[in-house]
Design a protein around this ligand. Sequence first.
Ligand code: DGY
Length: 313
Amino acid sequence: MKPDVLMLSPTRPDAQARLEQQFTLHRLDLADDKPAFLARHGAACRGMVAMGHTSVDAALLDQLPALEIISCGSAGYDAFDVDAIARRGVALTNASPALAQEVADMALLLAQMGWRNVVAADAWVRNGDWARKGAFPLQRSFRGRRLGIVGMGTIGHKIAELASQQGLQVAYWNRRDKDAGYPFQPDLEQLAQDSDILIAIVAGGPDTQGLISDRVLRALGPDGLFVNVARGSVVDEPALIAALQDGGLGAAALDVFWSEPDPDPRLTALPNVTLSPHQGSGTVQTRDAMASLIVDNLQAHFAGQPLISPVDL
Ligand code: DGY
């Protein structure tokens, strides 16, 4: 008999077809009456599929007494109550391995764009400054710069690897030393002080809220660049805006914001900010790979095999 799986978030077509083939799917659509849907199907569901911004709390879990595994389709699971999940002995998997390289590529791309001032250079051509004022002001080279990585998980490792290949000197902060093969700096403010570029790639959620504080941003300094490919919540955004406005911080390149999809207009008005609409993993290939991993993890679980990308709860 096929295991029953509750789907709270849609997925890519190929993965959807595999899910339909291998499981008895209960797909909650926006138009559905959620309490009635859960009362009808919840008790049978042994698996669940959800993206990390979908609320998975104790009240929902109470309606899923047979739940064994949650296969999260994203790397982040900010809206999941992980304590409640752990208390019930439910396994959790995520999509980190499928998107790590893509997000690392985006992190380094944003770092280069911010460092070489590509957005201003684009405007220089578009608004005729090139013809009117002459050559674009000389920039500082990227190669050889000191990069601080905040968070040394699966994606942090890929960023470190790629940054080293691009000639950056890498150091990192993490809650615990990961023995990652790069210098570990346990003091985040000191890491910022010692870096030209700081990339945030820690998980979101209450533990990391405001981790990149005013002090950290100002330690990075007037020549420094802050890159965020993690979650908007990990930075004190009003402090970020103030530091960018008063020159306490040189520049920022941001893929994530406190308010998505409608970032603070003070950020979008700043010329020293490179903006990207939360699309670090946003390619067809990577989104397909992430979706495929949702199915692979469920399959492994129900076949009694080791999970492919378990989250340590
Ligand atoms: C992730 O997978 O967590 C990405 O940020 C998309 O939400």
